[in-house]
Design a protein around this ligand. Structure first.
Ligand code: HEM
Ligand SMILES: [Cu+2]
Length: 562
């Protein structure tokens, strides 16, 4: 087979450089170890998840009654803008980059990412983005109020007239987040192309790695458009150019194109890694190979391509000409094909398997059900005659929260539980995990299902008061929202206490197949004693074949928690 580079490393060496801290303090350093960076991303993102969640609790508190009586309307505008922006740019993106950072080098048998320092810089920009976003609560006029998409002319209003205002801080934060993501994209794509272990051909590469590659390619082609749009918006806002300002001859719809050319595919930047998590988790706990692995792998890349051609479905109601509506309705329906293929493959993987319903598997199965439900409302919204009616109502809010909470957050939880023993060297508490799952499932449906009905009845989004006929659905949604807020408590308790005092984890607690399970829990600084040589395709459940050359000798003694 291939020539395995066999430079042995000193596995006892726990520090990336002499004198580096090897305890919890390393998470506060400019570490270049992808595993430390991965955990830095995950924990930082989780803090912002809680902040974003808190803002949504205030909104749901306001919406318990039809009148606007809890917060001022301008504050309500700031709340939904900051909630959406924080949840997307400071929770979902970073947590997924963190999980990908941790797993990709391990799964492909590499010692680190291709550009470790660049990786650390990408991470350390995230707290800067967070500080800018939160600082906007302190400037006169408060945070941006123009929603997470910052459409002009609303985003160009600047009522205080100050140069430093919430909208400017928002644009700067988004630009820095974009820089961080572009650097991350370059790093992931290079790593996946260049650093796979000997023998790991494309069709021996785990589906998760394929999905990260597909997601990061979107960052590379899409983010430049968003960044260009953001720079022009900043110029319009600060120095009076007129790219988008209608009263100065600019074209606000042009901004929508810049924004959605990236921000629709961005949905797939978030959902593709979650598809990857599903593809890893289902085979392990169903004890069956991933059904149609090659098709699943390739369909990730197909999604990357097709998702570049659908953005105008967000603009059906923006005066878009009829032929364009039809064209983009067609392409939108087309994305359902590679996605449907994956759903079919996961169901076929679970079907007839010996299921082990631990917390990770429950979250993955719950996430799949939620995703199918969100997919149905998604196809409804993709159809022009329906969208024209429900555009900008709570039906849309319901749809995207099923995607984002129901599928993406569920998938993230599934991944965090599944790889927790690998990341920390400890087992989590299964009982608490199941309580967390039950609360999250109940909260998600109670919070977001009623929004479909208020939306179909015509309740607009982004309002702090509403007609009393919508009251019932809003009370239910608020109860669900508070339940979701509570659901994070058993999760935090579980993660913190298990990390500190959980049972020690073996190398491979789930009897899973994959390179990351063939090293210690947690892995040593450079991941593997010797770079493995891969000799068979992934997901060989029930086939009893070794994954790597000399597998029995290559795996370090169990229980070595370093
Ligand atoms: C406890 C869980 C959550 C609750 C109760 C909640 C509630 C809400 C509410 C009430 C709105 C305002 C809807 C409107 O008037 O348009 C909203 C908007 C939004 N939410 Fe959430 N949400 C939750 C979780 C999430 C998560 C996890 C994400 C993303 C990962 C997210 C992303 C968004 C976005 C992007 C918006 C749109 C903001 C805008 O209109 O500009 N939400 N959410
Ligand atoms: Cu879209």
């Amino acid at each position: 087979m291939t020539n395995a580079p066999t430079e042995a490393i000193d596995v006892a060496r726990q520090q990336p450089y002499p004198g580096a801290p090897d305890n919890w303090k390393r998470f506060f350093t400019f570490s270049t170890d992808h595993k430390v960076i991965g955990i830095q991303y995950i924990v930082t993102a989780f803090v912002f998840f809680l902040i974003g969640g808190l803002l949504s609790m205030i909104m749901r508190g306001e919406l318990v009654t039809p009148e606007a009586n809890l917060v001022d309307r301008t504050i309500y505008n700031a709340l939904f803008t900051m909630h959406g922006s924080i949840m997307l740019f400071l929770w979902t993106f970073p947590v997924l980059v963190g999980i990908s950072n941790y797993l990709v080098p391990l799964m492909i048998g590499a010692r680190d990412m291709a550009f470790p320092r660049l990786n650390a810089v990408s991470f350390w920009l995230i707290p800067v983005v967070g500080i800018l976003m939160l600082a906007s609560f302190l400037v006169p006029g408060g945070p941006s109020q123009s929603g997470w998409w910052a459409y002009p002319p609303v985003s160009l209003q600047n009522p205080t007239g100050n140069l430093i205002n919430g909208q400017v801080l928002w644009i700067l934060a988004i630009a820095i987040s974009g820089v961080s993501s572009i650097m991350g994209g370059v790093n992931f794509v290079t790593t996946i192309f260049r650093m796979r272990a000997p023998g790991m051909t494309w069709f021996r590469t785990p589906a998760f790695v394929w999905s990260v590659l597909a997601a990061q390619l979107i960052q590379l082609y899409g983010l430049p458009a968003l960044t260009a749009g953001a720079v022009m918006l900043l110029l319009d806002l600060t120095v009076g150019t007129s790219f988008f300002a209608p009263e100065r001859g600019g074209n606000p719809v042009l901004y929508q194109h810049f924004f959605w050319f990236y921000s629709h595919p961005a949905v797939y930047v978030m959902v593709l890694p979650v598809f990857g998590i599903f593809s890893e988790v289902f085979p392990v706990y169903a004890r069956k190979p991933l059904f149609g692995y090659r098709v699943v792998a390739v369909s990730s890349v197909l999604i990357t391509v097709v998702s570049a051609t659908v953005w105008v479905h967000h603009m059906f109601a923006s005066g878009t000409p009829g032929w364009m509506r039809m064209l983009f309705m067609f392409t939108t329906m087309l994305v359902a094909v590679p996605t449907g293929v994956k759903v079919f493959a996961w169901v076929a993987t679970i079907w007839g398997g010996k299921l082990r319903l631990n917390t990770a598997m429950l979250f993955a199965m719950g996430g799949l059900v939620n995703f199918v439900f969100a997919g149905i409302t998604g196809v409804m919204l993709g159809s022009v005659p329906i969208d024209i009616h429900v555009n900008n109502t709570y039906f849309v809010v319901a749809h995207f929260h099923y995607v984002i909470y129901g599928a993406i957050v569920f998938g993230i939880y599934a991944g965090l539980y599944h790889w927790f023993p690998k990341m920390t060297g400890r087992m989590y508490y299964e009982g608490l995990g199941k309580v967390h799952f039950a609360l999250t499932l109940a909260g998600t449906w109670l919070c977001f299902l009623p929004m479909h009905f208020s939306g179909l009845m015509g309740m607009p989004r982004r309002v702090s008061s509403y007609d009393p006929e919508f009251a019932l659905w809003n009370v239910l949604a608020s109860l669900g929202g508070f339940l979701l807020g509570m659901s994070t408590l058993p999760f935090i308790l579980n993660m913190v206490s298990s990390w500190i005092q959980g049972e020690k984890a073996p190398n491979n607690p789930w009897k899973a197949i994959g390179l990351e399970w063939l090293t210690t829990s947690p892995p040593p600084v450079e991941n593997f004693e010797e770079i493995p040589t891969v000799i068979s395709p992934p997901y060989g459940y029930g086939r009893n074949e070794p994954l790597i050359e000399n597998q029995s000798e290559a795996v370090p003694a169990d229980g070595v928690t370093t």
